[in-house]
Ligand binder design. Structure first.
Ligand code: PHE
Length: 466
């Protein structure tokens, strides 16, 4: 995050309503990072691919038992260190007499955010394209087949994908280059409630399809025979991805948090909001899938092939559809900003390159890597670079980048946070940093970061190696 936020926080501390507002700012920024394409695009499609209920249950368990404690860990590292992720880790490691190698988390975070943003921007580009489709009335009265063809045509056209990927990456770079704070706060304040209302409306429409029950059953009735070990890894990885954990984003945001704000409460609020948005998206989408005889496992195009059908049928669908995709783009932007920030900040701090130039350089490099994902949906759709390994058969370069980050790098980053706050930090410093002096909360947290999270992540990894 930019220095403006730091200045603002100090200013606000001396202002009468400073602390409340700063807590709000934190919740808004963290929720802005957490709620994004992960909730509305990714959660429904991976749930569809992994058979529904059992997958959702594992995901919810991972959010509660691993995600929330690790988010608290990241925020506490940030608030105590008061520096960028790499430096906060180093400062705390020094203070505990531990190796500075813990700063490695910052490094893996920079690399992971770089890779994630490269494909995130391509999907953000899809959402941007859909704003145009909606305004021009392409969805009006369209059948499932027409809507599906619209999507296939888009994916089949690398030029168009590149154009909108460029637009999305350009917007992200622009915001970061100008400093994040001012725009972000306003955007998220307006965005979250409106997105919420629109999702509720879509759920309302889903109730009229006659297949709402089937959708709910798919989402919430676990059938463990449909869950594979790979699915468990995907669910766990998604818990990290959707909460923006494992790469230091929450360390960076935590470094602006005032002392007397409860880290536990704010982390729980952010995680709950994030989860509710994902579940609402699922409840809006799956009834449409079943009502239109579609495949839940249709893959990354799922929301783009289903929601337009709803917008094509409801009164005022053009307005609502346009608003929905505009909001989706905004939600994606508040996440992509938090993905670009770490690298830009690193270039500024360590290479002395000014913010505008570093945003431009980083944005440009990420854009270039994004072309790999653009091509994965058309010209390279049959290219499986690691196809010789059974586990990666049929995985395109896009699939591999997603797998490498969400299923490997983020859980490993999270593991590092859990080990650091649970084992490397003494009980007293952790208790003091979390400011949880009484009640059983602290002991529960410590049990989760010391045992449940590390053992959980290790077991899931282990099973997937075998
Ligand atoms: N949490 C964001 C989403 O769900 C994506 C993200 C991942 C952002 C990791 C920052 C860090 O869309």
């Amino acid at each position: 995050m930019s220095t403006e936020l730091r200045t603002k926080t100090t200013e606000e501390k001396s202002a009468p309503h400073g602390l409340w507002s700063s807590r709000m700012v934190f919740i808004l920024a963290a929720t802005g990072s957490a709620v994004g394409l992960g909730n509305i695009w990714k959660f429904p499609y991976i749930t569809g691919e992994n058979g529904g209920g059992a997958f959702v249950l594992v995901y919810l368990l991972c959010v509660a038992a691993i995600g929330i404690p690790i988010m608290m860990g990241e925020v506490l590292i940030g608030r105590k260190g008061r520096k960028s992720p790499i430096n906060s880790m180093r400062i705390l490691a020094d203070a505990e007499g531990k190796s500075r190698a813990w700063g490695a988390l910052g490094w893996s975070g920079v690399i992971a955010s770089f890779i994630i943003l490269s494909f995130y921007s391509v999907i953000g580009g899809w959402a941007t394209t859909y704003v145009g489709y909606s305004i021009s009335g392409s969805f009006s009265g369209a059948s499932a087949e027409t809507v599906s063809n619209l999507f296939s045509d888009l994916l089949g056209n690398p030029w168009k994908l590149t154009l909108w990927h460029t637009v999305f990456m350009g917007l992200t770079t622009l915001v970061v280059a100008r400093g994040v704070h001012a725009g972000l706060e306003k955007a998220v304040k307006f965005l979250m409630p409106t997105l919420f209302v629109l999702l509720l409306m879509l759920v309302g429409f889903a109730m009229t399809t006659g297949h709402f029950g089937a959708g709910l059953e798919f989402l919430f009735t676990p059938d463990f025979s449909k869950l594979t070990t790979a699915g468990v890894l995907t669910a766990m990885g998604h818990a990290f991805f959707t909460l923006s954990l494992g790469m230091g984003v929450m360390i960076a945001y935590g470094s602006y948090l005032p002392e007397n704000v409860s880290i536990a409460k704010t982390s729980i609020i952010v995680s709950l909001l994030d989860t509710v948005v994902a579940l609402l998206a699922g409840m809006a989408i799956f009834p449409l899938v079943f009502a239109n005889g579609m495949e839940p496992g249709a893959g990354p195009g799922l929301i783009f092939k289903t929601l337009p059908i709803a917008f094509g049928q409801i009164p005022g669908g053009i307005v609502f559809g346009t608003l929905f995709f505009v909001l989706l783009v905004f939600a994606a932007l508040t996440s992509s900003i938090s993905l670009l920030e770490p690298t830009v900040e690193w270039l500024e701090e360590h290479r002395g390159i000014n913010r505008k130039l570093s945003a431009l350089l980083t944005g440009g490099a990420i854009w270039l890597l994004g072309l790999v994902s653009v091509l994965s949906f058309n010209i390279w759709s049959d290219v499986a670079p690691l196809g010789m390994f059974e586990a990666f058969a049929g995985k395109t370069p896009f699939d591999l980048l997603d797998y490498l980050t969400a299923s490997i790098m983020l859980p490993l980053g999270g593991l590092l946070v859990a080990l650091f706050t649970g084992w490397a930090m003494s009980k007293e410093s952790a208790r003091e940093a979390l400011d949880m002096l009484d009640g059983p909360g602290f002991d529960v947290w410590r049990l989760l970061v010391r045992y449940v999270a590390p053992i959980g992540v290790t077991i899931v990894f282990f099973y997937n190696l075998g």
